[in-house]
Design a protein around this ligand. Sequence first.
Ligand code: GDP
Ligand code: MG
Length: 417
Amino acid sequence: MEASLEELELLADTAGMDIVGTLTQNLESPNPRTLIGSGKVEELKLLAEDLGADAVIFDDELLPRHQRELETELGTKLKLLDRTALILDIFALHANTKEGMLQVELAQLKYRLPRLTRAWTHLARQSGGGGGRAGSVGGVGLRGPGETQLEVDRREVKARIKKLEDELDKVREHRSRYRENRRKTNVPVVALVGYTNAGKSTLLNKLTDSNIYVADQLFATLDPTTRQLTLPMGQQIVLTDTVGFIQKLPTDLVAAFRATLEEISEADLLIHVVDISQTDALLQRKTVLETLSNIGAGNIPVITVYNKIDRLDEETMDFVLPLLEPQPFLISALNGTGLDKLVDSISEQLYARYERVTVMLPYEHGNLVSIFHEKGHVNTVEHLPQGIRISGLLPREIVTQFGAYLVHGKTTNHPVS
Ligand code: GDP
Ligand code: MG
């Protein structure tokens, strides 16, 4: 419970809230009306008043009925949230692509629909919904004959949901076309995955801002969380940041973000960032691996990196190391420790099936030139009197086709001419 509450605090902090107090209760079974006991509700009310709190966050998911009853008990001055609502708020703050924003609003509305109460509509209309664009749907809807205000609200929310779903369909179609184009260019995609706050974004920045690996051309339409990286041997890759995983992420929420997670399931390689300075680092690692297999990304090769080693003293290190695989990747995204080795390993993983070759192709073999460009990665091209000289990487299985023209290659099965 403590670990879970600590994480909730971190989530609240991410959403821009400060925790002023904590209240827990040990219950045999939840109270059907208010989740916590009625005495506890009173205690909560007094504590919130005492501390001048603006909001109450429940770590467990509140059923619509709990939400309604608690709202009545606690009054409208206190904003009532549960873990799911908080996570939705955070996603709303961080969504930066069109699709992401649509998804968040849709998930928020679906979450709120069964929880709509007079108190909620009243609040939403006043505040415009902190973190919730959904606040705007209240509108001044015309009431049909015999309809209550609540029914009008429900009707409007449902209409908005329908509209969002249609819009999302269009955006997705566009996006899959864009992804298709990217695949045609043969540029490998490496996705950063991991628990929230593990250091994924820091790592992305460190890797792509460092002068050695940075390059900003080629993809004019990259979204903000996707960057281009040039590996030491000159190959281009695309590195994407992703939403962090969290324990107790409700399943319908995972479903709602499926499209965003599709990016992950189509990656060529995953870098799993684990915050090794957390006491429950290994549990977090497990959560991430489970989520990956849930979204159909269980078969993609993974490089696991243990981040924030700058925060571990020697003693802790001695304790932690035996718990990890032999020769683990220990890094600090903050100060750059271990990143060169990581980049080398990315390069190795992605190009393990490639071979570095130089060929001298006679001018009449234009077809081989095309094959090299299509299937391989070209580094240099020289037009010489005796032919075209190309250096670069070729998939191992097609090196044979170039056998007679290899100038320099490390294959054992082919004589080097
Ligand atoms: P994300 O949620 O996985 O994208 O995590 P962020 O990249 O936003 O990092 C979360 C926090 O951890 C930030 O405050 C970072 O400054 C911090 N952080 C990331 N990497 C390191 C590291 O190697 N060492 C230390 N000490 N802090 C780090
Ligand atoms: Mg991040």
